[in-house]
Each structure stands twice: as C-alpha cells, then as structure tokens.
Design a protein around this ligand. Structure first.
Ligand code: MSK
Length: 634
C-alpha cells in the first residue's frame, strides 16, 4: 500500500529517501509496534505512583495502584483529549474575539470590520439591540457577548450555544445537564475531576466530556463568525490545489496552521511587496500557498491556492522551491524545522505559545503584525536568491477548485430560485429524493491510513448514491487536491439526480457549469457552518437535528480536536462515522456509552468502520432509515 492516494506526491517521497530525510511515514514505521495499552486507553499516567497498565485479556492487573479500573482510566483519558481539543478551538475563537474588541475600541489599526452585514446578523442572532448604535458599539457588544462565553458565572447556557441550535436540542442538552455555560471552566472541570482520587465514575466523567465538547462547538461558532466579520464571509471562488501550485518562477511562501489573524496580514503584505520579489529575479513575484486549515481560511476568502493538507505538509519543503513556511498554531509537525534545514527554506513561527526549536520566531501580534509580516516576506525574498535549482522538484499535478460555500453564500444562491423561502429548493429536492441526504466530512489525515484514501473512496460511493457532500478541514483539502471540488467531478461522480440539481444550482449561481458535488465550507472551525445549515433546515422542517438525513464522518481522524468535534457532533444529534477506534478499546462501557447509550439519550452516536466502502454503505443505510422515519421515499 502506498503512502498517499494521490501518487503525484510519490516523487517527493522518493526524493526524501534519496536525501536520507525521514518523513512522517518513516517515523511511523520506526515507532512500530506501538504500545497496545496506549492504543486501548488503559495506560494511566495521571499520578506518580504509575504508570499503571490494565491487562485487558490475561490474568494481570484489572485495576491501577489506586484502584481505578479500566472504565475509569479510559474515560479519564478520553475526556482529557476532549478538553485539549476544546482548549485549542476555543482559544482560537478567543483570540479573534479579543481582536474584534480591540477594533471596536480603536486599539488596533491592523484590522477592521470588513463585513458589516454579518456583524449585524450576529448581533441579531445574539439578541443584541442595534437600534441607534454605531458600528463600533455593536462590534464591542458582539465581542463582549462572545467573550462572556469563556467566563460566565451564572448557570445559563453560552450565548453561542443557546442561539445557534434548535429549541428542542437546547432543551435536551439542558435536561441532561450538559448545556454549557462557560468554556474555560469546562476545561478546568475536566482537568480537576480527572485528577487522581477525584471522579471515578466513568459515566459521570463521560457526561462532563459531552459538556466540555460543547465548548469546542461554541469556540468554533465564535471563530467562524467573528473571522467572517473581520475578514469577510466567503463567497464561491475559483482556485487550485495540490503541490503543483508551488510556482518555480516565484518566491513561494506557505502559510500553515489555523489562525486567519496572521495569514490575512501575510497575504495583504505580499501584495505590496510583489515588485521587490520581481527585482530579486522571481519573474512571477510572490506566490502564497496554503497548508492545512490556515490554507483553507485564505483559500475561501482570498482564493489562495491550497498546496496540501496535514499528512504531506513536509513534502511542500521537499519541492526545494519553498522560500518560507509561516506557521501559527496547531497541526504543525515539529519535523518541519529539521527538514527546512536541509534546504534554503526558512521556517517562521509567529505565536508566543507555538515555538519550534530550529525555527525563526517573529511574532505577529496585533500591534506589530504588518511590520513583522514585511520582515518575514523580505527574508523570504532573500532566500529566493539562495534557492538551489538542482534540488527543485515540483509535482505537476494541481486541480481546479470551486470553494467558498459559507452558509450565507449557499442561502444567497438558493434565494435566486426562491426568494421568500430560500431553503425550499433544497428541502424539495431532499423530499423528492434528488438529494438522498447529506454527509459532512471533517477531520484530519492519519499516518495509519493511506492519505486521503478513505475520504475519496467514500465520497465517490456516496455521490453515486445521490448524496451531497460538505467538507471542512483536511477532508476539504483531500477533496480539493483530488479533483472532487469542481464541475468536472459532478459529471464524473454524481448520481444522475444529484447531477441535475447541481447543474440547475450552478446555472442559477451564474456559473454556467454545475456546482461541485463536494462543497468546501472552510477550515476545522467552520464545521459550525455545517451546523448552521442543518439547524436552518431543521427549523424550516420543524424537526430536530437527529431527524435529518444528515451524517458526519471523520474517516482519517488524528488530532484531539477531531475527538472533541466528533463528540459535540454526536451530542447535537448526528451520527458520526470514524475510520478508526480512538483509544477507548479497553472499556466496553465507554464504547457502549458512545454508541448505543448516546443514541438513546440524544439521537447522535459514533459508528466505527475502517473499511471505506463498508463505511459508505453504512452511511447510506442510516440516511435511508432517517428518510423512512421522516415519512419520505427511502
Ligand atoms: S488542520 S485538526 S489535521 S483537519 Fe484543521 Fe487538518 Fe485535523 Fe489539523
């Protein structure tokens, strides 16, 4: 089995081997066999009496030194993963909310509110009265209402929870005691209750995990919506994807990580410095390319080409044509520093909480971001002169991408068909079976799975069955690179009925070609866009989210953030497919809670299936069941 579904990258993997450079796949091989206790979640390192390991099969210990059994240990380990994912996504949102507040108070010149309509829509959503108020006043109130979700003392649900879900869902969460009031205290709560000698009841621990995961959801809502306010709400935009977007005749700069506060500035400043790059001999000037979710952010809003998703981030440097990689937070392999040192590439870290030894740290904070972005780009231009032409190898492949499907842009497009009830065309097509259902693909790549294989294999099968696909994060990267986000893909892979709908929508959108069968909704935090669309559909139909023919899938999950996302997606009522079992195999109780018990309580649940064809068939089966329950043709 190869490393990547897309074989155009193989030349770079071979190049790395020729140059004795270890890549993620080599390090994985060296790590084998991986620790079986760790894989099953039954290794406890929470106190210094340990580590303790539970023997899952033989006559060895069935409890740790303190007496914690496998269920307690697995549940504690799992909810700590959820807390880490929640912390990551919510801190991302907090940084953006703080920036918005500084904009409102006139404390920064580097950012401004770009999308006033979105700001006002948010104010309305959060029940903020805008009558007679200035834009700065509304901005401040929106920022404060968002920041309050991180620190509320009262036991009322977070603003971004109570105002973004269906009423019946909010009631279910409240009745279960998991309607989150404060993101940061939910993370503290997990760390506290999982301390040695505190909560030892696995069910109680897992319930706290559900509540904390909703903090991940709230953080995502804040990240997406406030980023749209600052940088604009995405509209359909045409670009390209895959390593072939690296341009031999340009100063190439990759932006990588998650936070658009930094990448937006880099893109702006690069525009100003084109001439300087041309003078340095790069006839095509500066070429910014994206990696991972920072790449998705600037693809959606600026049309910046997406070079790659998570697993092949190292290969961007192996092209020998990357002058700089500028990283912010999350999903950045520390190995990049070592690989960059084998080339002329300079790796820049930009956030105080995400430094990498061997990288150059130039901080892009609110006050100096423009100035320091210029320093980074100047250094990249100097690096261009040091490029060794003999070491350049850029794979040719790149595919056309239509991205930018925010909820707003989808509704705007549909309103061209029905101005009064824009969701009606989608609902009619779901009811008549032209669109059988929708699957939202999210999550990472994992070195244990051939890169992008599960994403692409599942999508082809689902599309053929007239199921529409939405995608975010590295799932979106997989589809962008592998030619599933353009009109040709609609002709090639969509079932006849779906093809008709996408053709009609493309025409109405003025594209003259069908819409792509996989709609790029953005970065990981933009899973909130998928929820907004689902909630709008559920409200229009008068049902709750668990009744919609809608399923989520993370077939190549990897990060703790993927665990927290999957958990809140199930909590809000959607079935969630995952392509591998997280470290919970040591506790049947935990597996039962996440599958059957959760389904009984909230309608959402996890399905584990490694085989992508079997997984697609299971999702098709679930969608059929949901259609029958809604009383429409399966
Ligand atoms: S970047 S969290 S590898 S999707 Fe959002 Fe990709 Fe997963 Fe990171």
């Amino acid at each position: 089995m190869g490393n990547c579904y897309d074989t155009s990258n193989n030349c770079l993997i071979n190049k790395a081997h020729d140059e004795n450079i270890d890549l993620v796949w080599d390090r994985y091989e060296k790590m084998k066999p991986q620790c079986g206790f760790g894989e099953m979640g039954i290794c406890c390192r929470i106190c210094l009496k340990g580590p303790c390991r539970i023997d899952p099969y033989g006559d060895g210990p069935k409890e740790g030194i303190c007496g914690a059994d496998a269920d307690t240990i697995v549940a504690r380990n799992l909810v700590r993963m959820i807390a880490s994912g929640t912390a990551s996504h919510s801190l991302h949102g907090k940084e953006i909310a703080k920036t918005l507040l500084h904009v409102a108070k006139g404390e920064t010149d580097n950012y401004k509110v770009k999308d006033i309509r979105k700001l006002k829509n948010i104010a309305e959503k959060l029940n903020i009265d805008t009558e007679g108020k200035t834009i700065n006043q509304i901005t401040e109130e929106v920022a404060m209402a968002s920041l309050m979700d991180y620190s509320r003392l009262e036991n009322t649900p977070c603003n971004w929870l109570s105002n973004t879900l269906t009423k019946s869902r909010l009631k279910k969460l409240t009745d279960l005691g998991v309607a989150l009031n404060n993101i940061e205290s939910s993370v503290t709560d997990i760390m506290s209750r999982t301390h040695m000698g505190t909560d030892a009841d696995a069910i109680n621990i897992l319930l706290a995990g559900l509540k904390c995961a909703l903090g991940d959801y709230v953080g995502m809502q804040i990240s997406t919506n406030l980023s749209d306010t600052l940088f604009g709400t995405p509209e359909p935009i045409i670009s390209e994807s895959n390593l072939g977007v690296i341009n031999e005749n340009a100063v190439n700069i990759a932006v990588h990580g998650h936070n658009p506060l930094l990448s937006e500035i880099i893109v702006d400043v690069a525009d100003e410095m084109e001439e300087e790059a041309i003078k340095a001999g790069a006839k095509d000037g500066i070429n910014i390319v994206g990696v991972c979710c920072t790449g998705n952010e600037v693809l959606l809003r600026r049309g910046i080409p997406l070079a790659t998703n998570f697993l092949s981030q190292e290969l961007a440097i192996l092209t020998g044509a990357l002058e700089a990689m500028v990283v912010d937070v999350q999903c950045i392999m520390p190995s990049l520093a070592k690989i960059a040192s084998c080339y002329h590439t300079e790796l820049f870290t930009t956030m105080p909480d995400a430094k990498i030894s061997g990288a150059t740290h130039i901080e892009l904070n609110e006050k100096n971001s423009v100035e320091n972005a210029r320093v980074i780009i100047k250094k990249a231009i100097e690096k261009y002169k040091m490029r060794d032409k003999n070491k350049v190898l850029i794979p040719k492949r790149k595919s056309k991408v239509i991205a930018g499907f925010s909820t707003e842009s989808i509704i705007k497009l549909l309103s061209k068909i029905d101005k009064e009830r824009p969701l009606k065309p989608i609902i009619d097509n779901i009811v008549n079976g032209n669109i059988k259902g929708v699957v939202l693909f999210a999550g990472c790549n994992n070195v244990k799975i051939m890169q992008d294989n599960n994403f692409v294999t599942m999508a082809k099968k689902l599309l053929d069955n007239n199921i529409l696909i939405l995608a975010t994060g590295c799932a979106a990267g997989a589809y962008a690179k592998n030619e599933l986000m353009n009109s040709e893909a609609t002709f090639k892979y969509a079932g006849e009925k779906l093809k008709e709908v996408l053709t009609l929508l493309g025409k109405e959108a003025g594209l003259d070609v069908p819409l792509p069968p996989v709609l790029h909704m953005g970065s990981c935090v933009d899973n909130s866009r998928g929820v907004d669309l689902a909630v709008a559909l559920a409200n229009e139909l008068g049902v709750d989210l668990d009744q919609l023919p809608l399923v989520a899938s993370a077939p190549e999950l990897m990060s703790e953030k993927a665990i927290s996302i999957g958990t809140w997606v199930a909590t809000i009522g959607l079935p969630v497919h995952i392509g591998m079992l997280p470290p919970v195999g040591g506790s049947q109780l935990t597996i039962d809670v996440l599958t059957s018990k959760l389904k009984e309580l909230l309608g959402g649940y996890f399905i584990v299936e490694e085989n992508p064809i079997k997984a697609a068939n299971k999702l098709i089966g679930i969608i059929k069941e949901k259609r029958v329950d809604l009383g429409i043709e399966p």
